[in-house]
Design a binder for this molecule. Sequence first.
Ligand code: ZN
Length: 391
Amino acid sequence: MTDVRAYAAELDAALPDILGAIARVVNIDSGSYHAAGVNATIDVFAAMLLDLGFAVERAPLPDRGDRMTARMTLGNGPRLLVLGHADTVWPAGTVAEWPFARDRDRITGPGVGDMKSAVVTAIFTLGMLLRRGLPGLGSIVFLVVPDEELGSPLSRAWIEEEARNADLCLTLEPARPDGGIVVGRGAVGAAYLRATGVTAHAGVARADGASAIAALAPLVAPIEALTDMEKGDQATVGIFRGGAARQVVPGEAEMHVDLRAPDDASAAAMFAAIERIVAGPPPDPRVTVALSGGFARPAFPTHPGTRALYALAKEFCTTLGAPAPSVVARGGSDGSFAAALGVPTLDGLGPVCHHSCSRREWVEVHSIAERGAVLAGLIAAAASGRIGLEA
Ligand SMILES: [Zn+2]
């Protein structure tokens, strides 16, 4: 029997301990590029999961934190994949000037919402469920990703391998400020254009030079014109730079383009359009333009199994008096990898977070027990066979 009110009450009683653990990990700098800090954060999560009886493996990555896999085999039944990450967008040194703090219903600090409070809450939630018993569940695999905020380039294959062996995936990105839970995501990509020309003195030898900037600049407008906000296609030049000195014809220029698309077909069409734009003749034949990149995050389609998970999450939120609109997000997450493989996936299951990834980021303290109870309800429902998990 799934009683989310009982789960919420139990987690609420454990709130001082949960907040203590959140404070501990928020006060560790763990920007994606700070491998030692990411690993120190993973040390805390790993110890908590070991305490619950999980088998924990860690695989080191060059210049990044470890990939952490916590595994527990329970019996026959659905195989659950839980996706969390230990990295944040904040560089080393951030904690010293912006440590964890609580002010009534608000907690703040680097990565508090995205997603340290979510991983801690999920671990306490699993502990509560395991004490009660989860006889109908096959297994739990809990991944803590070290490079999520970079788009998980070194974790994608590992996540996909685990997703192929899962019947459902619950992803711990924060709930939206309005309580929203994520049922779908668009594809996210990048295009990198690098132009190489010929340097020459801009005064006495201008004709000897071939400008890389002059070749690249005319491509900005046609690439940005691929944007169709209504459809969900977005191409945004986020970085444009080139040249070395005012009086030198620039030999190098580059631009980085952020790409968003509503589905994988639109993503492929958008990248093909950029390839055609880049293939056009440069104003000076001595300049070459190279294109790289692609859509690193596939689209997260809303499967029937995802709808079934959402319907249940919504029911639990309603029981707890919390709003939970469904959201199709523009940004990607690790849940996208599982959903793209056809695994019923629900995301946005962390506590409610405001101004995610900004210095104003804060989490609603009362939502910790509430969202933990929703997560518990979903896992218990999967264990009791209450969810139709067909992809
Ligand atoms: Zn995140």
